[in-house]
Design a protein around this ligand. Structure first.
Ligand SMILES: Nc1ncnc2c1ncn2[C@@H]1O[C@H](COP(=O)(O)OP(=O)(O)OP(=O)(O)O)[C@@H](O)[C@H]1O
Length: 348
């Protein structure tokens, strides 16, 4: 649905040019919710605005639904943009227009007649749960309701792609959840491809199918959300995930491990392991097998089990002790079964 090829964005700046995007290649498939996450200044807004050519990239191709937008003339670009709706962090509603009239704006601008506009907008207000508030003005509704208007307006032109630029960043956690659920609903019901940028992993976790991590203008990691959560490769990804799955174990756990290793007897060895697993593996009796088949003792010290897009994933810190060779065999077996096993050192 969307192919970005070699996208570079250079802004002029008082201290010289700023290279906000440095050769981005991305492929977003039809019907998926694709998240782009990064810290402030990483280039997220620049990237999302390239997709509808609100920003014209300095170099590269922007292919949406088979056409390179950078090659279109103004009239064709205007038409192509109708396939791409956008919602914004600060809603961008017109304060002098009602909820209905805000949602209807793109259709009015496209010259649609009033009856056709009503026939299009009323079901959209129903979809976003605002039918009862159609005659209110933006100042008379909440932030979450404003964003619902923003979504209805973005959907009015029946786009194929919905771009969401930090759409929930100005909202409280509960309202954020309801807006993300609405984005998921329109993705499923209308078959819309959704591209959302955010600085919060919580948003990615709730709604995205795949995620790309952007750092200093480059995509440094991407993949299905569950894979990125269970096997983060880059330091930036780990630090972003840390808000949901703590990447460092608490000092008290490490202290306890030192205490346990001092108590080892009779040539036994002990190792702190961090196990990450997802999907079907989450239901396997992996720990009891370690005990039964390899004669290990296990202390569960820390961990959590959570869910992403109906898939369970877990992260557990366990201290395993027993006979050295059997411990190594057990670790190899776990890895063979697709469990990510990290051998954590407790020095320091
Ligand atoms: N119009 C502009 N002119 C000059 N520099 C810009 C412009 N817009 C963005 N930049 C710079 O480009 C880089 C990327 O900015 P961008 O807004 O895309 O990042 P972001 O990840 O969306 O950040 P934030 O989450 O803070 O909005 C930053 O260094 C920023 O200062």
């Amino acid at each position: 649905m969307i192919d970005l090829r070699g996208i570079t964005q250079i802004y002029p700046g008082p201290q010289g040019p700023v290279e906000a995007l440095r050769g981005i290649d991305l492929h977003i498939t039809p019907g998926e919710v694709f998240g782009i996450i990064g810290r402030s200044g990483a280039g997220k807004s620049s990237l999302v605005r390239v997709i509808n050519l609100l920003n014209r990239p300095t170099r590269g191709e922007v292919i949406v639904a088979g056409r390179d937008l950078t090659q279109l003339n103004d009239a064709d670009l205007r038409a192509a943009r109708r396939d791409i709706g956008m919602v914004f962090q600060h809603f961008n509603l017109l304060s002098s227009r009602t909820v209905f009239d805000n949602a209807a704006l793109p259709l009015e601008l496209a010259g649609m007649d009033k009856a056709a506009i009503r026939a299009r907008v009323n079901p959209l207000l129903e979809l976003v749960g605002l039918s009862a508030l159609a005659d209110r003005y933006p100042a008379q509704i909440s932030g979450g309701q404003k964003q619902r208007v923003g979504i209805a307006r973005a959907l009015a032109s029946r786009p194929k792609v919905l771009l969401s630029d930090e759409a929930t960043s100005a909202l409280d956690p509960e309202t954020t959840r309801s807006i993300l659920a609405l984005l998921r609903q329109v993705n499923k019901e209308l078959g819309l491809t959704v591209v959302l940028i955010t600085h919060q992993m919580q948003v990615i976790k709730q709604v995205a199918d795949r995620v790309a991590v952007i750092d200093a203008g480059r995509i440094v990691e991407q993949g299905p959300v569950i894979d990125v959560f269970t096997r983060p490769q880059q330091a930036i990804t780990k630090s972003l995930i840390d808000e949901i799955v703590p990447q460092e174990l608490p000092a008290s756990v490490l202290d306890h491990v030192r205490h346990l290793s001092r108590q080892l007897q009779g040539g036994g060895v002990g190792q702190l392991l961090r196990l990450s697993y997802s999907g079907e593996r989450a239901y396997q009796p992996i720990l009891s097998r370690l005990i039964r088949e390899h004669g290990l003792d296990l202390s569960i010290l820390h961990g959590q089990i959570d869910e992403i897009q109906d898939q369970t994933f877990g992260s557990l810190a366990v201290y395993a002790s027993g006979e050295g060779a059997r411990l190594q065999t057990a670790i190899a077996q776990l890895r063979g079964e697709g469990v990510v096993v990290e051998e954590v050192t407790t020095e320091g």
